[in-house]
Design a binder for this molecule. Structure first.
Ligand SMILES: [Zn+2]
Ligand SMILES: [Zn+2]
Length: 290
């Protein structure tokens, strides 16, 4: 990692990244590298979740254009589904978690960062649904700022959401709500009720969070249209003494602009209550299909 002496900000140098094919700029590739039958177009497979027909329902490999490489870190791609348009899947998410676990087994002191970019505004270059994991040698600064001191502010935020009208979904093991301080309009925090630092701390909570994420993401695509861009951030810190792991779903209705890049301060287009109300209107009852 490079640190800019002027600003103190960390920078990763992924010098091959500019050679990536960009399907949003140049149109779909002739053969989608992430579709079944085209596995020869990706780097060698590291792990898969096998499907009943002898194929796979999710697979992982090293990123061909890594942002960071061994021994400093790692960069993997997880293809979430054999289907070219199935966004959040149970097997895909199971593989996110497994790769997270494996990477900590290999490098116990590392910080794996799981995230999904969907659509050009969210930073994707490939259409086929996929998730990435960048393994960092040190804790991201934003996470360090999220480490809890005495009281957990995410636990507090959940309680407040109920009183302030920003709650969106309430489940047995997790809740979804809009945080007052979130950077984007419609940013949805999906938070397990059990306050634990790492997503490896709880099996049932993980599944419940993924289920809620699926419901929210599919509702978003139904509400705003199938081309809607969004990011999914999995925030989990296995080394923090006090951290509350959770997932953020960030609809990207706008790109980052000059003010944000200059100041690090975000301009949010709606009150948390308005965003929560929009989510409640958008989310349809689960049909149980994931
Ligand atoms: Zn495909
Ligand atoms: Zn907490």
């Amino acid at each position: 990692m490079i640190r800019d002496p002027l600003t103190g900000e960390a920078v990763l140098l992924g010098s091959t990244r500019s050679a990536r094919p960009n399907e949003f700029r140049h149109g779909p590739q002739e053969r989608c590298a992430f579709c079944p039958g085209n596995e020869d177009l990706t780097p060698p497979e590291i792990e898969r979740i096998a499907s009943a027909n002898g194929g796979w329902s999710a697979r992982a490999f090293r990123n061909l254009y890594p942002a960071i490489s061994p021994p400093h870190g790692d960069h993997e791609v997880i293809v979430d589904s054999p289907a070219h348009d199935a966004e959040i899947t149970r097997d895909g998410a199971a593989l996110w978690r497994r790769r997270y676990e494996r990477s900590l087994e290999r490098e116990p002191s590392s910080f794996p960062v799981l995230f999904k970019n969907r659509g050009a505004y969210a930073g994707a270059t490939i259409l086929h649904p996929h998730t990435q994991m960048i393994v960092l040698p040190e804790r991201p600064e934003r996470w360090a700022r999220m480490m809890q001191s005495e009281r957990c502010s995410l636990c507090d935020a959940r309680t407040r959401a109920k009183h302030e009208g920003t709650a969106v979904l309430e489940g047995e093991r997790c809740s979804a709500f809009v945080r007052n301080g979130s950077r984007f309009a419609l940013a949805l925090s999906i938070v397990p009720h059990a306050c634990a630092p790492s997503l490896l701390d709880a099996d049932a909570e993980w599944e419940a969070v993924v289920e809620m994420l699926h419901l929210a993401a599919s509702s978003l695509l139904a509400g705003f249209g199938p081309d809607t861009a969004f990011n999914v951030l999995v925030l989990s810190d296995p080394h923090a003494p006090a951290f509350h792991w959770h997932v953020e779903l960030l609809p990207r209705l706008n790109t980052l602009a000059g003010f944000e890049l200059s100041t690090g301060t975000f301009i949010r287009g709606a009150h948390a209550q308005e965003s929560a109300e929009a989510w409640r209107r958008m989310i349809r009852p689960s049909d149980g299909s994931l």
